[in-house]
Design a protein around this ligand. Structure first.
Ligand code: TPP
Length: 353
């Protein structure tokens, strides 16, 4: 069934356009720079993890087109419900990278006060829900946000991200069932990066394609080349606009490839050896070369400056004070409970031993 749904593409051989994109030329340069910046960000943060400076990192190498193509299509009023690989989408909405670094280090400036694992970002100011690590659990959260928007008569859309593995989760079934029955304005972006950690998508289920699953729930579905940022942006714009106006769910499978390790805790050489497909950054660069206004050198200089800035952010984050012991009981309830206060006293006493 899903195999008959054609994979949408805009970028052809040598960067030629197969069809007219919706992304304006000036914005193509902005999105390309964001893709490069994210690649540099993940490289430096992964290295910082190897150096023992942060406990964990999880990047998006190879999936920058799938993530940023959607981020560029979002309106400020839309909600972003991430999986855990979409920090680039949050940065694209203006979230300061330094806050992410503070969270990864877990210092006193960290909005989570060192209580969460690195990479578990969120920002109410940017309408971005918290990363929800149990696989697929963010999907019903997104449907709830969409349902609330519908009840309030707000013309907004909700974009929820998840991987291929999440389509086998309970949250996926609950979320898609409810979204279809209640007709909520949620666009489901499935990053099919071919693996759920070490398990290839072919071994995860017997559906011919992942869009078959969406069709089964009665949700219109599209397949897009997730390494073609212009195609991702095009389909995301159309789907988000339809969700906002017609108030119904739409499913988009973004076909991509996880070029890096699943996370800093993973070694992919133990379970795969294939040659990766072409890098989405190179694919987009081929197209930008066809545009006269492309100033690759200026972009390169800004990326190098970003590299220096990020290293400085890491040093500042490490030098910042750690969260106080008292912060353990703060912000959990309006007032700390007696049990919390007893526990705090016990910790303070243990520190004085
Ligand atoms: C319920 C649950 N089971 C297992 C895990 C461990 N786990 C973390 S990521 C992951 C793979 C998810 O793969 P996928 O949904 O394809 O997303 P990707 O990491 O490829 O982006 C697993 C099994 C988890 N976080 N939650």
């Amino acid at each position: 069934m899903g195999g008959t749904i054609a994979v949408e593409r805009i970028l052809g051989e040598g960067g030629a356009l197969i069809r007219e994109p919706l992304l304006r030329i000036e914005r193509r340069f902005v999105v390309y720079e964001a893709m490069l910046r994210q690649r540099r960000f993940d490289t430096i943060m992964m290295r910082a993890q190897r150096q023992g400076r942060i406990g964990f990192h999880l990047g998006s190498e190879g999936e920058e087109a799938a993530i940023l193509g959607v981020a560029e299509a979002l309106a400020d009023t839309d909600f972003l419900v991430p999986c855990y690989r979409e920090s680039a989408a949050l940065f694209h909405r203006g979230f300061p990278i330094e806050s992410f670094v503070d969270q990864s280090v877990g210092n006193a400036r960290d909005v989570n006060r060192g209580r969460q694992m690195p990479v578990h970002f969120s920002s109410a100011d940017h309408r971005c829900l918290s990363v929800s690590a149990p696989i697929g659990t963010q999907i019903p959260h997104a449907v709830g946000v969409g349902y609330a928007a519908k009840m309030r008569d707000e013309r907004i859309a909700v974009a929820v991200f998840f991987g291929d593995g999440a389509t086998s989760s309970q949250g996926f079934h609950e979320g898609l069932t409810l979204a279809a029955a209640l007709e909520v304005p949620v666009v489901f972006f499935c990053r099919n990066n071919r693996y759920a950690i070490s398990l290839p998508v072919e071994e995860q289920c017997r559906a011919e394609t992942l869009v078959d699953k969406a069709v089964g729930y009665g949700i219109p579905a599209y397949r897009v080349d997730g390494d073609d940022v212009l195609a991702v942006h095009f389909r995301a714009c159309k789907a988000l606009a339809e969700a906002r106006s017609a108030r119904r769910p739409i499913f988009i499978e973004l076909l991509t490839y996880r070029r890096g390790a699943h996370s800093s805790s993973d070694d992919p050489t133990r379970y795969r050896s294939e040659v990766p497909p072409r890098d989405p950054i190179q694919i987009f660069r081929d197209h930008l070369y066809t545009l006269e206004a492309f100033d690759e050198e200026a972009i390169g200089r800004r990326i190098d400056a970003f590299d220096r800035d990020l290293r400085a952010m890491l040093r500042r984050a490490e030098a910042a004070p750690k969260p106080s012991i008292e912060s353990i009981v703060e912000g959990v309830y309006a007032k700390p409970t007696r049990t919390q206060l007893r526990q705090l006293e016990a910790i303070q006493a243990a520190r004085e031993l």
